[in-house]
Design a binder for this molecule. Structure first.
Ligand code: HEM
Length: 220
C-alpha cells in the first residue's frame, strides 16, 4: 500500500522495521547468553568457550552482512539493504568482544606474549588483519561519514570487507588442528559470496555505457 501523496510503501516499511527490530534482539542473544552462562558459573572452560563463541558469531554475522546484497538482488526486495549496516556493526562488536577476551582473559595484557602471537602465529596475524581492516569500516558507517567521504569513495573503502572476510576464514582454517569441516563450510559460503560478487561486477562492466552524463554518487 502506497501512502497518498508520497511514494512510501507503508507495508514494506512496517515489514522492514519489524525485521530490523527482531534481528537486533536476535543478534544480542548470543552475547547475552554467553554473559549469563559466565555469571551463572556454567562455563567449564570460560576463556576457551567465550573465545570460540564470540569468534564464531563474529564470522557468521560477517558472512550474513556479505549475503545482503546478493539476497537483495535475488529477491528484488531492495529494503533489505537497511539491515546491512546493523549486521556489519554487530559483526564488529563480536570481533571486539573476541579480541578483548583474548587480550584480557587469555593473555592478561601480557604484551611480550601478545606481540609474539601477533608476529609469529599465522592464524593470529590473519585474525588481527581482519579486525584492523574492519576498523575503518565501523568508523565510517554513519550517514555523516558517508556524505563526507562521498558515495564513490565510501563504496571503494567498504570493499575492504572482502579481504577482511577472507582473513577471518583463513584465521579459522589455520587455527584448527584436526577437524576442518566447520571452517571449510564457512570457506565454501565465502567462496560462493565472492563468486557472486565477481560475476556481478563482470556483468556490470559489460553493460556499462561508454560515456556517463550523470554522476552515480551515493548509490547503495
Ligand atoms: C586480533 C584478532 C584476533 C585474535 C587475537 C584471535 C584469537 C583467537 C584465538 C586465540 C582463538 C582460539 C584458538 C584455539 O582454540 O586454539 C580464536 C578462535 C577463533 N576466532 Fe579469532 N582472533 C582474532 C580475530 C578474529 C576475527 C576478526 C574473527 C572473525 C571475524 C575470528 C574468528 C574466530 C573463530 C571463528 C574462531 C574459532 C572458534 C571455534 O573454534 O569454534 N577471530 N581466535
Amino acid at each position: 500500500m502506497v501512502l497518498p501523496g508520497t511514494n512510501i510503501d507503508l507495508f514494506g516499511e512496517i515489514r522492514i522495521r519489524t525485521i530490523k527490530s527482531l534481528l537486533f534482539v536476535l543478534l544480542c542473544l548470543p552475547a547475552a547468553w554467553m554473559l549469563f552462562e559466565l555469571l551463572a558459573g556454567r562455563l567449564v572452560e570460560p576463556v576457551e568457550e567465550l573465545t570460540h563463541g564470540s569468534g564464531e558469531w563474529a564470522l557468521r554475522i560477517l558472512l550474513a552482512t556479505l549475503a545482503i546484497t546478493p539476497l537483495r538482488k535475488l529477491t528484488g526486495w531492495h529494503k533489505l539493504i537497511r539491515l546491512r549496516r546493523m549486521l556489519g556493526l554487530f559483526a564488529f562488536a563480536y570481533m571486539v568482544m573476541h579480541f578483548s577476551v583474548y587480550l584480557v582473559l587469555d593473555q592478561y595484557f601480557y604484551w611480550p606474549e601478545i606481540v609474539a602471537d601477533l608476529t609469529e602465529r599465522t592464524y593470529i596475524i590473519a585474525g588481527f588483519t581482519c579486525l584492523v581492516l574492519c576498523l575503518p569500516l565501523a568508523a565510517t558507517s554513519t550517514d555523516g561519514m558517508m556524505r563526507r567521504l562521498g558515495g564513490r569513495n565510501w563504496k571503494r573503502l567498504h570493499r575492504l570487507v572482502y579481504p577482511a572476510a577472507i582473513a577471518a576464514v583463513l584465521h579459522f582454517i589455520w587455527l584448527v588442528k584436526a577437524d576442518l569441516v566447520e571452517p571449510a563450510i564457512y570457506g565454501a559460503i565465502l567462496v560462493l559470496l565472492l563468486g557472486w560478487r565477481v560475476r556481478e561486477s563482470g556483468q556490470r562492466r559489460t553493460h556499462k555505457p561508454k560515456t556517463r552524463s550523470t554522476p552515480i554518487m551515493g548509490q547503495g
